[in-house]
Design a binder for this molecule. Structure first.
Ligand code: SF4
Ligand SMILES: [Zn+2]
Length: 271
């Protein structure tokens, strides 16, 4: 199958080691479910990690889809209950941030920072070598175009099927096995394989800028999206040559790896 071949090529390109344990960030949606399914199918050592964001019925459906998927795959999984661990659901945490130090920050920007912070820390504690996420070709084309439209293409420099230019003992590298797979193909494949997933969109997905860019990318063919990412790859290689390896500090507050003295997570939640 073409989709499997493309993912195998991506994994080869990033030189993914079969001995290393990979923690798959499972949201309950189709992309991360397919990521876990294919990594497992190709013989990688995968386990699942789900953050229960406590967002009502939507989160309950996601949690149950993740449990079902991991049972079907015979994969061990971990559940991080944000209400138990951080005292509140994502909606409350986000609201506090938006009315405090994070005025103007979008829902997904806040949620994304918090989830990355949790994933890195937990994956390290559990001694995983990599974190796999379900980002697909459409997500990556949108992000790349958004960075260009904002006049900051360099923001994409470290991106790719594997995060580049960052190496630190406290930082767990993130990989995106579906980097070159279009969303439509993922939807079809997941339906064909009858994987238990939630197709409903997150109720907090309110990134209007991404929505606008998505309207444009929806008009593109898969070939055109692939061509954009080919441009991205060559541009990113050129930027990489000019850059030295990013040196990470450790956040003065939480001790997690950060480019600044205080990490984005601690900057957002400081009272
Ligand atoms: S869509 Fe946005 S708000 Fe919803 S879970 Fe994803 S990052 Fe968080
Ligand atoms: Zn911090």
């Amino acid at each position: 199958m073409e989709i499997e071949q493309k993912v195998r090529q991506t994994l080869k390109k990033i030189n993914l080691d079969k001995r290393q344990k990979i923690l798959v960030a499972l949201s309950g949606g189709k992309d991360s479910a397919l990521t876990a399914y294919l990594l497992k199918k190709f013989g990688y050592r995968v386990e699942g990690f789900h953050i229960d964001l406590g967002m009502g019925d939507y989160s309950k459906k996601c949690l149950s889809a993740v449990k079902k998927l991991c049972e079907e795959l015979g994969t061990k999984f971990y559940i991080y209950d944000i209400k138990k661990e951080m005292g509140n659901s994502m909606c409350y945490i986000r609201n506090d941030i938006q009315t405090g130090h994070g005025k103007g920050l979008k829902n997904c920007a806040i949620c994304g920072v918090i989830k990355k912070w949790i994933m890195n820390r937990e994956a390290r504690k559990l001694k995983f070598g990599k974190i796999a996420t379900g980002h697909n070709l459409d997500d990556e084309v949108q992000t790349f175009l958004m960075n260009i439209l904002k006049g900051s293409p360099q923001l994409s420099a470290n991106s790719g099927a594997i995060i580049k230019n960052v190496s630190d003992k406290k930082f767990i590298a993130r990989i995106k096995p579906l980097f070159y797979i279009a969303e439509d193909d993922i939807r079809k494949y997941v339906k064909l394989k009858k994987l238990p997933v939630v197709f409903e969109k997150c109720p907090c997905l309110l990134d209007s800028y991404r929505k606008e860019v998505r309207k444009f990318t929806n008009f593109l063919t898969t070939k055109e999206k692939e061509n954009i990412m080919k441009n991205f790859d060559s541009l990113s290689e050129k930027i990489q040559k000019l850059k030295t390896e990013d040196k990470l500090n450790y956040c003065e507050i939480c001790g997690e790896p950060s480019r600044n003295k205080v990490c984005k997570m601690c900057q957002m939640i400081k009272q």
